[in-house]
Design a protein around this ligand. Structure first.
Ligand code: AR6
Length: 176
């Protein structure tokens, strides 16, 4: 596997405070906001984010699970927010693994299409959507390892873990 050790960073904290080209939001198919990291991003970024989400809804009717769309980041330190929709955990037999990997892949692709160099991800689906954290962490890291080398502009991926359990899991996987 390609050595990406310098290109993947791990931090514990609040993704709304991270100063990168784009942060990723764990949204839902409506794109109208919600709890968890989605609520935090809309709250800290202000109404401009929701306005653009509503324009996207008017154009394409929301965002499918595993897909991603991009908006302004409003008042956040980041320039953009990529909204992706993780799968709801339903026992693992409803294509959840592939859909979660797709969230990471589609977000990378969208960022690279916009010629962005740094992207920060939360631990998609591991909160309200109930995806097992260790399984989600393995999928996230594998998706980045597989797809970052194909990107033309993206130079760095930052995993932003809010809770200590996720942080410890990523530390373990990335230090192997
Ligand atoms: N910064 C970084 N990570 C955070 C933050 C934050 N400020 N706040 C929470 N997390 P969740 P999901 C972590 O529930 O499981 C929303 O209502 C959290 O610890 O935000 O994909 C949407 O509208 C967890 O590890 O997203 C959807 O309806 C991770 O973010 C639904 O929740 C994801 O937890 C999506 O559920």
């Amino acid at each position: 596997m390609t050595d990406l050790s310098g290109k993947i960073k791990l931090v514990q904290g609040d993704i709304t405070q991270i100063n990168v080209d784009t942060i990723v939001n764990a949204a839902n198919t409506s794109l109208l906001g919600g709890g968890g990291v989605d609520g935090a991003i809309h709250h800290a970024g202000g109404p401009a984010i929701l306005q653009e989400c509503q324009q996207i809804r008017a154009r394409q009717g929301g965002c499918k699970t595993g897909d991603a769309v991009i908006t302004t980041a409003g008042q956040l330190p980041a320039q953009f927010v990529i909204h992706t929709v993780g799968p709801v955990w339903q026992g693992g037999i409803h294509d959840e693994d592939r859909l979660l990997a797709s969230c990471y892949n589609q977000s990378l692709k969208l960022a690279d299409q916009h010629q962005l160099t740094r992207i920060a991800f939360p631990n998609i689906s591991t909160g309200i959507y109930g995806f097992p954290k260790a399984r989600a962490a393995r999928i996230a890291v594998q998706a980045i390892h597989q797809n970052l080398p194909q990107c033309q502009f993206l130079q760095q991926v930052i995993f932003v873990c809010y809770d200590h359990e996720n942080y410890a899991l990523y530390q373990d996987i990335l230090n192997r």
